[in-house]
Design a protein around this ligand. Structure first.
Ligand code: NAP
Length: 306
């Protein structure tokens, strides 16, 4: 058992508990902080695997299977908790998806809506449904897992970055509204080794994308450790991972130059993961001859609406 911590023996809800960062948080909260954890996810098989891995500690774990992007599921979940007399102390909104890296124009409105629902509205619904219950705790807390993409957007990540930036803004505003009443934390992890990249074209292990990803990524165990320590210290905004800190610090100083320079590097390296993002040579690059020529042709005739 680690030295006393404010969430020892508390009841914690973790969404996206069945894999990656969420699964790591569940294991640590139960194993090292004697918490009672209620996990949320969709895959029963993955939850059962977690239960088996928890061994004796599984008695402190229960799970609900539902889609976090559906408002009614959270309303029902809250009613179930109330009926069972369960008063959660801490809510960790961690469930999320990473849409395949692509150009904005290649995403359908359904893709966009889905990413916003899972990455942003799920937290809106969960906080809307659960905040009154959590506020009944002596030590109420809510932690939202955003991303370094909320701090600096790269080409090919428009929808993901937007969904996480929305979550960041929402969290920071709620924090001020709840100051002195409820701890509100925001986590912006950088690349972390989890299954979230399963949809990306990372190629095989010898592929440059895969190697680049491995190089800048933080291990899941390290990320989980940092998140737990941050919550323990009741930190407000937490930026974890070398890549995330770099993007955050250089982004503040150099502004739009960072996404621009990142695009240059990604293009030069021909990363498989971004193969759908920069498919048309020169198009979209403001320094290219093609774009300069188009721009020149466009200037003479101004178009007025109405
Ligand atoms: N890994 C990274 O590099 C990274 C970087 C920055 C931020 N993050 C953020 O960290 C969080 C955790 O990501 P991870 O890397 O641990 O991903 P992961 O290994 O893919 O796990 C995602 C979790 O979210 C759950 N989930 C996804 N969609 C859901 C839905 N509609 N309803 C209910 N549960 C859903 C999954 O459960 P089921 O499969 O059971 O549905 C799974 O437990 C995400 O919010 C992600 O955006 C990750």
């Amino acid at each position: 058992m680690t030295p006393y911590c404010w969430f020892d023996y508390k009841t914690v809800i973790v969404s996206g508990a069945s894999s990656g960062i969420g699964k790591g948080l569940v294991t640590k909260l139960i194993g090292e902080h004697c918490c009672t954890v209620i996990g949320i996810g969709r895959s029963e098989a993955k939850m059962q695997k977690l239960v088996a891995e928890l061994g004796d500690n599984a008695r402190r774990f229960s799970y609900y299977l539902f889609d976090v992007s559906v408002k009614e599921n959270w309303v029902q979940f809250e009613a179930d908790l109330r009926n069972a007399g369960i008063r959660p102390d801490l809510l960790i909104n961690n469930a999320g998806i990473l849409p395949k890296f692509d150009k904005f124009t290649n995403y359908t409105l359904e893709d966009i809506n889905h990413a916003m629902q899972v990455n942003f509205y799920s937290s809106v619904y969960s906080m809307n449904a659960l905040m009154p219950l959590i506020m009944e705790s002596q030590t109420p807390g809510i932690v939202n897992i955003a991303s370094s993409a909320a701090l600096c957007s790269l080409a090919g990540t428009s929808i993901y970055s937007a969904s996480k930036a929305a979550l960041k803004s929402l969290t920071e505003s709620i924090r001020e509204e709840c100051r002195g009443q409820c701890y509100i934390g925001l986590v912006c992890p950088g690349f972390t080794k989890t299954d979230i990249f399963a949809n990306q074209n990372t190629g095989n292990e010898s592929d440059l994308s895969e190697r680049a990803l491995q190089m800048v990524s933080t291990s899941c165990a390290r990320m989980v450790n940092d998140i737990i320590k941050g919550i323990w210290k009741r930190r407000s905004n937490m930026v974890f991972g070398i890549d995330a800190r770099l993007m955050n610090n250089t982004g503040k100083v150099f502004g739009v130059l960072i996404p621009w320079a990142s695009s240059k590097v990604i293009k030069m390296a021909h990363l498989a993961m971004f193969s759908d993002v920069f498919d048309e040579e020169d198009e979209g690059d403001p320094t290219s001859a093609v774009v300069r020529e188009k721009f020149k042709q466009h200037i003479p005739g101004r178009h007025r609406m109405g």
